[in-house]
Write a protein that binds this ligand. Sequence first.
Ligand SMILES: [Zn+2]
Length: 114
Amino acid sequence: MPRLTMAKPRVAVVDLRTAKPEPKRVDPFYQSREWLKVRALVLKRDNYTCQTCGIAVRRHPEETDKPRALVDHIVERRDGGADLDPANLATICDPCHTRKTNQKRAERQDRHPS
Ligand SMILES: [Zn+2]
């Protein structure tokens, strides 16, 4: 039986002109069993509704007509918010989350001008 030859791993080419300024760093926290569990719980609790704008978010990947759902830390972890406390977590849609993130970033830059 011929041995399977492994395909060479393809190196992703990043186009710096189109790459987003802040690539998402993969935080192992967001892959932890505890997080995934509490995340599912919060989505269910919030009935898959964005707690910021009230829009129905995506329950299944095929519901592409709805925005992606995120579970957001109300008080960010870097600001000392509880990691896994549902009271500090809320369902948020992708557009609201982006808006919040950008706003937060602007606030930080105001406070700590570099
Ligand atoms: Zn929203």
